[in-house]
Design a binder for this molecule. Structure first.
Ligand SMILES: Cc1cc2nc3c(=O)[nH]c(=O)nc-3n(C[C@H](O)[C@H](O)[C@H](O)COP(=O)(O)OP(=O)(O)OC[C@H]3O[C@@H](n4cnc5c(N)ncnc54)[C@H](O)[C@@H]3O)c2cc1C
Length: 361
C-alpha cells in the first residue's frame, strides 16, 4: 500500500485537487493492486482479508494527506451493505467489479432537509409491479460525480419513521437519475461531492437490499464501522502532523535558536504527542474489539468523537507552530487542518456522537 501511494497517488493528488476528482485510472490501479475490497471474501473478488487490511489502506492514504481517493468509503462503508444485505445475484454482479475498481460505490443518506435526523428523509421508493420507482434528492454525497452505484436510503412507507426506511441500489446510468454540480468544499478538494436527483427512477424490486422497512436497522448495524473508519484516519492524521511539526520546528530559526527550543513549542508538542498517543491507543483498542465483533455503537461513537475533535485541536496548534507557512496550501499541515474539519460533521456530527454515547450511560 505504501509503495502504491508513493507511485500512484501522491504524484497526482495536486492535479486531482484542481480537477475536483480522482482519475478512473487510480481506481483501476488500486483494484489491480488488490487494495479495494480487501476484507471481502475471495469468492466475490475481494482480498479475503479483514478490517485490519482496510485500516492499512486508510492509514497509508492519511500519512500523505491523500483525501481524494475515497477507497475507505468504497471498501468499508459502501461495500458492507452489499455484502451483508444484497441478494446473491447483486453480490456476484457488483462486488467483483467494485474490487477491480471498475465500479465506484457511494451511499446516499443525507438530504437537503435531513442529515442528523435520518428518519426525516423524504426520498421515496414505491412499488410498481416488479419495479421500485425512486423519487427525491440527496446532498453532500461522496463519490457523487463518479459513482456507478449508489446505495440510496429511501422511504418505502412514507407514513412511517424509521420503520418505513429501506435501502435501494440505484445504478448510475438509470433513466431519471441525475447528478448536480461537484460541490466546492473547504477541504477534501480532490474528492467529488455532489447533490443527486431522482426523478421517477425505475429499478427492479430485486435492487432492494435486504428486507423492506429494515433499512434503518441496517444503517444502525453498519454505522459503527463507518465511525471507526473516520477515527482510524484521524488518529493517523494527528500522528503525521505531530511528526511534521517536530521536524519543522527543529530546523526553523528565530531569535538565534530553533523554534523547537522555546518552552512554548516544547510544551505544545508534548501536549500534541500525548493526545496523539492517547488517540492511537484508544482507536487501536476499538479496532481490536471490532475485529472480534465486540465494538458497540457507543464505543465507536467515542472513537469518532475523540479522534476528530482531537485532530482539529492538535492540527490547529501544529499549524500555529508553522507560522505563516502553516497557512499556505502547499504545506501539508495547512491541507490537513482544512481537511480535518469535516470529520466532526460527516458520518454523524460530534453532537450526534454525544447523543449516542449519552443514551448508553
Ligand atoms: C464533505 C462531506 C461529505 C459527506 N459525505 C456524505 C455521504 O457520502 N453520504 C451521506 O449520506 N452524507 C454525507 N455527508 C453528509 C453528512 O453526513 C451530514 O452533513 C451530517 O450528518 C450532518 O447533517 P446536516 O448537514 O443535515 O446537519 P444538521 O443535521 O442540520 O445539523 C446542524 C447542526 O445541528 C446539530 N444537531 C442536529 N441534531 C441535533 C441533536 N439532536 N442534538 C444536538 N445537536 C444537533 C448538528 O450536530 C449540527 O451541528 C457528507 C458531508 C460532507 C460535508
Amino acid at each position: 500500500m505504501r509503495r502504491f501511494v508513493e507511485k500512484e497517488i501522491a504524484p497526482h493528488h495536486e492535479a486531482w485537487e484542481k480537477a475536483g476528482a480522482v482519475s478512473r485510472e487510480a481506481w483501476l490501479a488500486a483494484g489491480e493492486a488488490g487494495l479495494l475490497l480487501c476484507s471481502v471474501p475471495e469468492e466475490y473478488g475481494g482480498g479475503g482479508g479483514d478490517f485490519l487490511h482496510s485500516c492499512i489502506v486508510i492509514e497509508e492514504l492519511a500519512k500523505v494527506g491523500a483525501t481524494g481517493p475515497a477507497f475507505p468509503l468504497h471498501n468499508e462503508i459502501v461495500t458492507p451493505y452489499i455484502l451483508h444485505y444484497a441478494s446473491e445475484e447483486l453480490k456476484r454482479h457488483w462486488l467483483p467489479r467494485m474490487a477491480r475498481g471498475e465500479a465506484i460505490g457511494a451511499i446516499a443518506m443525507t438530504e437537503p432537509g435531513a442529515g442528523s435526523d435520518l428518519q426525516g428523509i423524504r426520498s421515496t421508493a414505491l412499488a410498481d409491479g416488479n419495479h421500485l420507482v425512486v423519487n427525491g434528492q440527496k446532498v453532500f454525497i461522496t463519490n457523487g460525480q463518479s459513482a456507478d452505484l449508489v446505495i440510496t436510503v429511501c422511504k418505502t412507507d412514507p407514513s412511517e419513521g424509521a420503520k418505513g426506511v429501506s435501502l435501494v441500489l440505484v445504478e448510475g446510468d438509470r433513466g431519471g437519475f441525475a447528478r448536480g454540480r461537484n460541490l466546492e468544499k473547504v477541504g477534501y478538494k480532490a474528492q467529488d461531492t455532489s447533490e443527486l436527483f431522482y426523478n421517477d427512477v425505475r429499478v427492479p424490486r430485486t435492487n432492494m437490499l435486504g428486507e423492506e422497512g429494515q433499512g434503518f436497522r441496517y444503517l444502525m448495524e453498519q454505522l459503527p464501522q463507518e465511525r471507526l473508519v473516520v477515527a482510524a484516519r484521524s488518529a493517523q492524521v494527528i500522528e503525521t502532523a505531530v511528526d511534521e511539526t517536530i521536524a519543522y520546528t527543529r530546523q526553523r530559526q528565530a531569535f538565534g535558536r530553533s523554534i523547537a527550543d522555546f518552552q512554548n513549542t516544547r510544551f505544545k508538542l508534548a501536549e500534541a504527542k500525548t493526545e496523539a498517543t492517547v488517540c492511537r491507543t484508544f482507536t487501536d483498542h476499538c479496532i481490536r474489539l471490532h475485529l472480534a465483533g465486540k465494538l458497540d455503537t457507543a464505543l465507536a461513537s467515542m472513537a469518532k468523537l475523540y479522534a476528530t475533535d482531537t485532530a482539529c485541536r492538535v492540527l490547529d496548534e501544529c499549524l500555529q507552530l508553522f507560522g505563516g507557512y502553516g497557512y499556505m496550501w502547499e504545506y501539508p499541515v495547512a491541507r490537513a487542518w482544512a481537511d480535518a474539519r469535516v470529520n466532526r460533521i460527516a458520518g454523524g456530527t460530534s453532537e450526534i456522537m454525544k447523543e449516542i454515547i449519552a443514551r448508553a450511560l
